[in-house]
Design a protein around this ligand. Structure first.
Ligand SMILES: Cc1cc2nc3c(=O)[nH]c(=O)nc-3n(C[C@H](O)[C@H](O)[C@H](O)COP(=O)(O)OP(=O)(O)OC[C@H]3O[C@@H](n4cnc5c(N)ncnc54)[C@H](O)[C@@H]3O)c2cc1C
Length: 381
């Protein structure tokens, strides 16, 4: 590493789900983009993710839609069921209906698999792992970025895709820790042999509900049915750990959800490794950009994950931000960032609010305003 200052047109900070999308889309639009990620490498952590048609359209533009479709599971429905009786509270059609009505597939997939496809789609010499941003200096004609490894980059524009503890957010709005939401989620990939041995049917995408909106969201993460995953939502008194997650156990799952419907019991019985994650929150921010700095995704609108749209909003942000910069060119960044915020704020805030309330699709409702939306053609402003 060197102390010399290198120059880039656009620096994306964070190669997470939103940052990787921004890097791909901006590069596809002809901008010169470098992405800086603190992690030395990404690993396949045990977790799944839903990707709605609203974002599969963006993946089509990036050129990875077919690859993700081939890996992921294609649920025909999102079911909501009573956790004790198994009664159906809602059946939201997806599958062929979704493709027809919303313009793309709805998939559930292992987030590590999806992320790897996103990263592979980027020019590898422009993704810089092991680069933790530690200082930002806004200057007249650029932003000086200093990384922990000593590298210094002067960027024309900086996209803060650095997640809930964003340094860019801190630079714009001052230090403020996110608020613990009072909820945790347990995440587990279950043992498939034990699951099959139960002889029960496990639906491709189902949310089990108990009182006070406690729940288990369970779904397949591979199209061949070889992997099944669940994530819970459980209110707790507090979160006293310093780490981003802690180990949980089948016993803890049994204590919370034991004695429920037989399919839920089979999920608990098939649980071997399970982790527990705190859900953090922030109120909607009143500033998404300043000067040459702009934010997207969890950096500016983190949410509890109960609508399965947090990453989708980050990726939608990336698509709209790219379109705005295409309209103005990098020299018109002030106008582009204002247009971006004006286009995104209401939708992101609405999704954030519903997600935090944890009501999405519990009862029959029309999800078209989320899934049929096309961030590549929606009106700007
Ligand atoms: C349990 C759970 C389930 C979820 N399920 C879904 C779902 O089904 N569907 C959905 O759409 N969303 C889901 N989400 C939400 C989703 O995970 C987030 O909204 C999404 O990851 C946000 O993307 P992002 O790019 O903004 O941030 P992140 O994905 O968090 O990426 C931020 C990146 O920035 C890097 N970084 C941070 N600081 C620095 C620094 N100083 N220097 C360099 N790099 C840095 C980080 O290492 C990271 O790679 C879920 C979330 C949780 C917790």
């Amino acid at each position: 590493m060197t102390d010399a200052i290198e120059r880039v047109e656009i620096a994306v900070i964070g190669a997470g789900l939103g940052g990787a999308a921004a890097a791909a889309l901006l590069a596809g639009a002809g901008f010169s983009v470098h992405t800086f990620e603190q992690a030395p490498v990404f690993t396949r952590l045990g977790a799944g993710i839903h990707i709605g048609p609203n974002v599969m359209k963006i993946f089509r533009r990036i050129g990875i839609e077919k690859t993700l479709e081939a890996i992921g599971s294609h649920p025909d429905f999102w079911f909501s069921r009573d956790g004790n009786t198994g009664d159906y509270l809602s059946r939201i059609p997806l599958g062929d209906y979704g493709r027809r009505e919303y313009g793309a597939s709805y998939i559930t997939i292992h987030r590590g698999d999806m992320h790897a496809v996103q990263i592979d789609a980027l020019p590898q010499d422009r993704v810089h792992f092991g680069h933790r941003l530690i200082a930002i200096e806004e200057r007249d004609s650029d932003v000086l970025l200093t990384f922990e490894n000593g590298r210094k980059i002067a960027a024309g524009l900086v996209v803060g895709a650095d997640g809930i503890n964003s340094m860019i957010r801190e630079m714009l709005l001052g230090p403020e820790k996110p608020r613990f939401s009072g909820w945790v989620g347990h995440r587990a990939l279950v043992n498939m042999d034990k699951l099959r041995a139960s002889g029960l049917q496990f639906e491709a995408c189902v949310k089990w509900w108990w009182e006070a909106s406690r729940h288990i969201m369970a779904y397949a993460t591979k199209g061949d049915g070889s992997e099944y995953y669940y994530v819970t939502g459980v209110p707790v008194d507090g979160w006293e750990h310093e780490t981003s997650f802690v180990d949980s156990s089948r016993e803890e799952m049994e204590a919370i959800f034991g004695g429920s419907h037989p399919v839920v019991q089979a999920l608990i019985d098939a649980t071997e490794t399970v982790t527990k994650w705190p859900f953090w929150n922030r109120d909607p921010l009143n500033l998404w950009s300043r000067g040459r700095l702009v934010m997207l995704g969890d950096a500016c609108h983190p949410m509890r994950p109960h609508m399965a749209q947090g990453a989708c909003m980050a990726i939608e942000d990336a698509a709209v931000l790219t379109r705005c910069l295409e309209e103005t060119g990098t020299s018109g960044y002030r106008e582009a960032f204002a247009l971006y915020e004006a286009t995104r704020r209401d939708r992101a805030t609405k999704v954030q609010t519903i997600s935090n309330a944890n009501t999405w699709l519990k009862e029959p409702e029309d999800p078209a305003w989320v899934y049929a939306y096309d961030p590549l053609t929606a009106q700007l402003g």
